[in-house]
Design a protein around this ligand. Structure first.
Ligand code: UDP
Length: 243
């Protein structure tokens, strides 16, 4: 199948290095300590953060840092007519773990010992790249909850189809069977905190695709900084001195 036309356009009209339109809305769940909706094209997710609060299961309490928990799920209606795997399937468990580890890398957990932070992310509309959208939503929700962070963390995916690196794959591109790389970065600290790839790629191609995904993460970071209220503090410069 042709994913890039001779004119250099993708099926949805984008250029290979073009991201889908992104949009964020902060404070969508009033009962949560922090929340955000994040959209990347037709992919739409919501994140709600509770905490820092008392650890519910005392046996899991950590004396030197906060316990971070994360649950990823897909709403029944999120995939339209397509099949959705049952709640709590292997994919959801894996994505929950990946998002938890990614967010843990940016939260200053040692400042909140013996507490618990719960991050719930739910996919409302799935069109590829849901784990990236969830990470971007979780960053905003954590900041909205006033949770101290080293830096914001942003994520984007990129793939390789018809010998062309493509930024921010939608569902049709994602399910074409080509390589798909999901990256998460701490933009100010210039660190990669997440890298997932589900196929093999030659080294040079991998570097091109990875670089493209990093550029996508940086564009998301720029957008998040623009929409974040002044009182959202992402501590990159301070933490470099003190952490
Ligand atoms: N998807 C689906 N049903 C499912 C799981 C996924 O239709 O039960 C679709 C959904 O659009 C998702 C895409 O497949 O975005 C790619 O899923 P993948 O596991 O690669 O994760 P993602 O790209 O969403 O992070």
């Amino acid at each position: 199948m042709e994913f890039v036309s001779p004119e250099g356009l993708r099926l949805d009209g984008r250029r290979p290095m073009e991201m889908r339109q992104i949009r964020a809305e902060i404070g969508a769940v009033s009962s949560a300590d922090g929340s955000a909706v994040f959209e990347m094209g037709n992919t739409k997710v919501i994140a709600a953060v509770y905490g820092p609060r008392e650890v519910q299961n005392r046996g899991q309490q950590l004396n030197d840092q906060a316990l971070v928990r994360c649950e990823y799920s897909m709403a029944n209606f999120s995939v339209g007519d397509r099949a959705r795997r049952p709640k709590g399937d292997r994919r959801s468990i894996e994505i929950s773990l990946v998002i938890r580890q990614t967010m843990e890398a940016c939260i200053l957990t040692h400042l909140m010992p013996r507490s618990q932070i719960d991050i719930f992310v739910q996919v409302l509309q799935a069109d590829g790249g849901t784990r990236s959208a969830c990470i971007n939503a979780a960053t905003l929700a954590l900041a909205d909850a006033g949770i101290p962070m080293r830096d914001l963390v942003t994520s984007c995916s990129a793939g390789y189809l018809n010998s062309t690196p493509l930024l921010d794959l939608n569902y049709v591109e994602d399910s074409a069977g080509g390589p798909d790389v999901t990256v998460g970065i701490l933009p100010k600290l210039d660190k990669v905190t997440l890298l997932q790839m589900d196929a093999k790629l030659p080294k040079e191609t991998f570097e091109d695709v990875m670089e493209l995904a990093i550029q996508g993460c940086k564009a998301v970071a720029q957008y998040i900084r623009e929409v974040s209220p002044q009182n959202f503090i992402f501590l990159a410069s301070v933490s470099q001195l003190s952490v």
